[in-house]
Design a protein. Sequence first.
Length: 747
Amino acid sequence: MMKANAAREANEIKLDIDYGPRMFTDAKARADEIDELSRTSSLEPLWVNDCDAGWRPGVTVVIPSYRGADRIGTCLQSLLDQDLDARSFEVVLVINGVDDGTLGIAQAFSQNYPEHSLRILFQSQPSAGAARNLGIAAAAFEYLTFVDDDDYVGPSFLSGLIKVASQSCVAISPIVNVQPDGVEDSDSPLNAQILSRSTSKFKLIEASSIIGFNACKLFPTAALSTVRYVDELQSGEDVCFMAAVATQNDFDALVSTKDRAGAYFRTLRDESISRQPLTYNFAIEQRLAVIRVLESQRSWDGSANDNLLSTLIRSQAGFTRRYLDEHPEEREEIIASVDEFEVKDFPWSLLNKGIAKDLVVSYCFAPYSDTSATVASKAIVERGLIVDVIHNNMGKVRRKDANLGTIAGRLIDKTVEIDAPPSFAGWKQISEFVSKGISVADRQDAIAGGYRTLYSRVLWPGSHFLAALFKLRHSTVRWTAEFSDPLSHDVMGLKRAGDLERDDMFEVFNRGVLSRGFAAPKTDSLFIWCEFITYVLADEIIFTNENQLAYMLSHISDRKLRRHVAEKAVVRVHPTPPARSYELLPSDYPLSNSVINIGYFGAFYENRGLMEVLTALVNSPSEVRKRTRLHVFTNKAEELALTVQRLGLTGVVKSQGYRPYLEFLNLVTRFDVLLVNDVERAGELQINPFLPSKYSDYLGAGRPIWGVVDEGSPLSGKPLEYKSAVGNGVEAVAVLNRIHTDWAPNL
């Protein structure tokens, strides 16, 4: 049986003493006793219910005790004084480590209360987690609760819990803190949260403050028996255990009572976790060990379970923040410890609190899934400054991906979300973002004592408009503005549609640029105005490639302004994500080892697709086609699937939707070849100003890259293992043959 097998894992120890009611002296004795309890019982059940086979109706109370002789008496007395029928519960006392007299006290209780089941186990390893694991393995009843040996419970504690518990509902009791001098405090924040939930059922995973410790909860034993306390943790094993139980079961929860008689009384000793001195070992190393275990349970999908674990991790990191407050000189050592423990998503904002001297405005930013957001995050990493970030609420137009925060999280102090209607080309909505955003930016600037630098990035125009207004109001800040692509003209080379209104906000910008000695554009295009105010006011302007710089300069008719822009222009390709980002979210996307796997990730436009590659697959030798799998992750997966079917490439080309960004980063490391393509230039584009951002992501994967390029484009000048021309199916066939020659011998 599962319980018997678990019991056999306990440490074996030989003792030559008769331990009264039942002291298990070795692993076999424990296993035999548990097996016997599973099969027979001398007591008639008081009620019949749907308990799991092998457990009797009632409650097992597990008490781990380490050197508890000075306090175990009060604990046991409170349990043996319960108003629940003695036949309906048992107390399993696990003496944890060397016995200091606890055994004799427990024997005396057993002799004085023969009607009660007081079972005594011995765990030689001095570990509370190991002791609780043994207690769970030995449990005879269908429900289980933990009581620490320095705590005690009210006389209706068990009866109150068992009344409201079920196999799908965890029962919660009030918890009263007891000071070392015996003074009881029922008004603690924790008890207030418990009592505030006493009117109706709630989801257990929604109550992180209640989950993070062992006390005052009654669980189905079956649920606890599938989880183990991590023995190696010096503290916090209760947080990890309870988190695992909560996330592996869809439990409701219900508070049993508001009465003192049904409460759990928690004694606050100097040795209690909440009163531990903030040593480096306790506040940093032990907390990071707990965070690492909690993080290993994460699903990284933004679910309620994942949010619970993130909340518990942040709570553990709070100790780290308190330690840093007392020892600010150890900041770098703490950061090194976080890296040493390989924590993937540490709550860095707690360590960065109050130290940002630089501001980032990114209209779309994490956690919203958008290329603009991810590139801005990568830019923060590349700049290496701890920053405050202001962004907009993009919930109506972009889905959330909470994991995106891990890219630049270690360099962010405060992130402020502005609640304005999201819009790419709506002046009214952009103006609302700017109006609300400038109030936040001014306030944060005052708190920071004046920002040194300002960084903003566009494709979304709202970023530069807010940054420009901040620059007008804080002239000493150094503003770096980035254009990811040409703004006033689209991917076809046509002017973007969208006008501003010549309202009060427009007049602020108009006066600002006129005061710099430049003639204002006569157009009402908000995109041209966004470029113009940035050209005039920014101290540094970043372009992603030389073609983009030349293309955008060519649209500036004012020669004075054109020289002004050229003097402060910097060409910087899209940053490659930090190496750790490729390992954060492992992908389980299946890839066969018996074929050559080519991966493509990107959106299809009117002038960017994969028709030349698909045509090449149709015209390739059958052996090449049979050995090749093209996996396409795109915004038009269904449309592509129909094309694939029509071309007879079903099974050769796999059409897929987008993957979350961090999963994408991990997935690209697994392909044999990565495919990236240029837009096909239309007549309006004399030069190609676009460099696909996927290229920089591919670089970090370390895999061979096949570029389908427009001659003279930024991509065509990059290092590429394989290259063919946009629209040229013959060259694509040649590349497929080369790939087959290079990779087929490895299959």
